[in-house]
Design a protein around this ligand. Sequence first.
Ligand code: GLN
Length: 272
Amino acid sequence: MTVKDALSEAANELKSVTESYYLEALLLLSFTLNIEKEKVYLKEHLELSDTQTQSFIETLNKRLNGYPLPYILKKREFMGLEFFIDEGVLIPRQETEELVETALKECKDKKNFLDIGSGSGVICVSLLYYNTDLRGVALDISYNACEITKINAEKLGVSNRLEIIHEDFNLFTTEKKFDFIVSNPPYVKTEFLKNLPYEPAEALDGGELGFAFYPSLINKSFDLLNQNGFALFEIDPPISMQVRTEMEKYFSKVSILKDLAKNDRFILGVKK
Ligand code: GLN
């Protein structure tokens, strides 16, 4: 089978699982051939070896069964940067880029931050990458997630400004407080986890209402912040009012921010 045939067959089959069937076929081939996707066309007439054909069919079948593309490719673009990811962490969502953009706007006079539940590290590493005056601490209860945060911090050259701590945030203590705290905690309702079978439940499961983490996250963040520091969290739109009520028990100037799809997606509060 030539590269050209593999591309058109895969694109055709992928129509059943994705609208981006052509791009995905191209990415799967570039993964199999270990070349950039732009270079695949240059190899159109190349015959795939038996091993390449076999590995291409295997990955294609995985994808046709619904396995997420970023886990196959082991990478995901976020804030214009390329991150390593695997099944140990959730696949970063596009909305979370808006959390980073908001934090970057709000943190002009800030020096240090804490990222609670860093996962792949997309939030903390992007913040450090785009604001070189910042230093950060990343916390995650998952050892795998800490390892992946570390890989990405090194890959993107910010590891000298990031401390990574493997710990449950409820147990975390420190003498030095933070100028701001960011978090994308698990907020998927338990009943919807079945729709996300490949990602770690630990990173997504927000209990019956998706609210389980917020009371302790808010309380703990308030304790860990400096005066005038801010907390910025991602939320599930249906629980925005509930999170707001909880946030207002501690924080001032609480506001809910919308994502590009106009859903309530983030909550921001200042410690006065
Ligand atoms: N936004 C993700 C989703 O809807 C969930 C992320 C999270 O739980 N923090 O699948």
